[in-house]
Design a protein around this ligand. Sequence first.
Ligand SMILES: *Cc1c(COP(=O)(O)O)cnc(C)c1O
Length: 423
Amino acid sequence: MSIHESLFERAVNVIPGGVNSPVRAFGSVGGTPLYVKSGKGSKIQSSDGRELTDFCCSWGAMILGHANEEVTEVISEQAALGTSFGINTEKEVVFAEKLCSLVPFMDSVRLVNSGTEAVMTAIRIARGVTGRRRLLKFDGCYHGHSDSVLVSAGSGLLTGGNLTSRGIPRQIASDTFVAPYNDISAVSEIVHEKGHEIAAILVEPVAGNMGLIMPDANYLAKLRHLADCCGALLIFDEVIDGFRFDLSAYASIIGVKPDLITLGKVIGGGMPLAAVGGKDVFMRELAPNGLIYQAGTLSGNPLAVSAGMKVLEILERDNPYPHLAACGDRLSSIINAGAEKKGAQLRCAQYRGVFTLFCSDKSVQNLADARECDTKAFARLFHRMLEQGYYLSPSQFEVGFVSAVHTMAQIESFANAVVDACE
Ligand SMILES: *Cc1c(COP(=O)(O)O)cnc(C)c1O
């Protein structure tokens, strides 16, 4: 039995399904999930002593690679000074100022511990300020595991969606409308019929949880317009997108201003840290000023904030974004040219270093397209890559991440290996 198998066997006895987050379970690719001992730069060491090039990068959080020395140093320094007080610190003020200066439409920001919490709070703000109950989200977008957002498309656009988890009251599903991503006419229809009941339109501006799917031209501007038409707030869930493509939100890149924005992953530098921010007219309704309650024992703790601040400083100083984009472009052009030449069913969707290897011969625009991919072929590709020392996110419906410390040579080797392995 391998070390992974024996660890997993022990894990399933004491952890439900053996994992602390279902996406780690290899459910859709099969086999025994990996155990990691350590990471450095673009590489992770597995518990059985292998060295793998990591393209999961903690689901995008490790934009600087693993165990960046400067980040490690500030974490150690802060650990020696105390990790959490439940009392204010100067560091959280400085970090909030930094975030607000880098995301121009964000007047103020509340720090939380996870993306789930950030979105949950954004939804509560939207409901609190509008006095409305219902939400409009998009099929295949993921917004954490709070009740209102674990809803997928139902039988009709106007009937609300289907719950994707047990343990959530049925009424919650009928409060969440679900439209296909990139289909503005579906949104128009819902807004036309039910707009007066909708508290918020919630979207991942670049969708990263059904594989990588880019918004159509003007799609997000049209969502902005439709939200304004019905008096709903527009929430951009940028837990993946924020600071991933540029030193700001994706909203800044395309020039569409949401009312509220959620950030996570990159801004925490691998620590539990996320944020919800936006226009002051809405944010000031949060307690203690306003009547919308939200709180957290560890929120904005100095350990997480120190790591996050250092990451932002390094991103600003070193500007790795052109490198991420160049690596991403090289990756997708090698894979797409190679797959086409072989006649293989594979398309690499890619934007500024975030990518998905879709086992499909057509371009993927929404969840229905993504579902048509050959997930068995993806599972085979995943395992072939793992054998050759590359760790991909273990599902067809996830994205891979290039970090600032992946080299162009590594990207080229990986891309050529994918071309060799694809069917
Ligand atoms: C990861 C993610 C979340 C949830 O964040 P957690 O920190 O895992 O709770 C929410 N929204 C999006 C878009 C995400 O990718």
